[in-house]
Design a protein around this ligand. Structure first.
Ligand SMILES: [Zn+2]
Length: 350
């Protein structure tokens, strides 16, 4: 979403403080008349990190006040450009420390705003260490509200990297995401126009038994439209089919007659597979069926390593270590091919 669109959802108009808001413990000059002393004062606090003595503008979020450089806010956030421009000819209604006081939009959180200010103040912090997902989401919301393009771009690129459409899911599951997190990310992607995260989020859902269980238990609880459910089901079927073709193929070297031989060429001698070539394919397929491997990896073929799970059983049943290594290497190669086959954006931006 472009910054000008962002502005359509957030009023940049300066809000005139009420008299109640003006009555605070802080020393404040009131341009307008004094108010009754019986009203309970609003407890305000000056933010400890962003109260610059030579700042030119005071911003308020809830009961927290910020004193900041007006020119810097204008430089980075279209929201402030419009806010200050609209206020140029208007009489000042609230002054604190000689600075006009502006109230921030209600959808701007205190934490989000401080995160955004930190990102603007110390942009080099993210050169070597990108923001965490939590921080990126916080920055996304705040920068959208304030139409701050530089931080908005940082937040979106960070999320696109965490949910990369180019990088394969790690084979050991170390970068896996829970299905609730994936659903949240899909909604976020559509709200803020981040289609780059949808492929990975789609895979996290299609490969999650917990997701399918939750869907079966209460379809409404997952909070996704029917068209998404159908697409995810299609992806699940496609993954199962790709896996089935891979898992049933016997390891070893392909021969001209279409059969597969042991990679060691030993055929039962000197450490090779202890069987003849003509029974390899049938025997391997039988092993995979008997060991439950066709089902075991069908849902999550990028993370299910047959050899890791069943090496001992296969070594004990005619297969040699070299052929099992060959099968594992083929899986690693196959993963890259599979990822390329899954279309970008199994779930579409809406
Ligand atoms: Zn072998």
């Amino acid at each position: 979403m472009q910054a000008n669109q962002a502005l359509n959802t957030a009023s940049p108009k300066r809000q005139v403080a009420s008299q109640d808001q003006l009555d605070t413990p802080n020393k404040r000059k009131k341009v307008q008349g004094e108010r009754a002393s019986s009203v309970q004062p609003v407890v305000e606090r000056r933010d400890k990190d962003f109260w610059y003595s030579d700042g030119k503008v005071v911003l308020r979020i809830g009961d927290t006040l910020f004193k900041l450089y007006r020119s810097r806010l204008e430089k980075y956030c279209i929201f402030f450009q419009q806010l200050f421009a609209a206020d140029a000819d208007a009489p000042l209604s609230e002054i604190l420390d000689g600075c006009p006081v502006y109230h921030m939009p209600p959808d701007l959180s205190l934490k989000g705003f401080k995160n955004l200010l930190n990102a603007l103040e110390t942009p080099l912090e993210f050169v070597d260490k990108p923001p965490s997902q939590t921080l990126a989401i916080s920055l996304l919301h705040a920068s959208h509200t304030l139409a701050c393009d530089s931080v908005y771009g940082l937040a979106k690129s960070t999320l696109c990297d965490i949910w990369s459409a180019q990088r394969l899911p790690a084979h050991d599951g170390s970068d896996a995401h829970g299905f609730r997190e994936a659903i949240y990310m899909i909604k976020l992607a559509r709200l803020f126009d981040i289609p780059g995260v949808l492929k990975r989020a789609s895979y996290e859902l299609a490969s999650s038994q917990e997701f399918w269980d939750a869907l079966a238990a209460d379809r409404q609880s997952v909070g996704l439209p029917e068209v998404d459910i159908f697409r995810l089901y299609d992806l699940r079927l496609a993954l199962g089919e790709m896996w089935r073709r891979f898992v049933l193929a016997a390891p070893g070297k392909a021969k001209e007659d279409g059969k597969v031989s042991c990679v060691t060429d030993c055929n039962g001698y000197g450490g090779g597979c202890r069987m003849q070539s003509y029974v390899r394919s049938k025997h391997w397929a039988g092993n995979m069926e008997d060991l439950g491997q066709v089902e075991a990896g069908a849902m999550d073929p990028f993370r299910y390593n047959i050899i890791k799970h069943k090496k001992a059983e296969l070594l004990g049943d005619y297969w040699c270590a070299s052929c099992l290594e060959d099968k594992e290497e083929r899986w690693k190669t196959q993963r890259a091919e599979w990822w390329g086959v899954i279309s970008e954006g199994v779930l579409k931006p809406q």
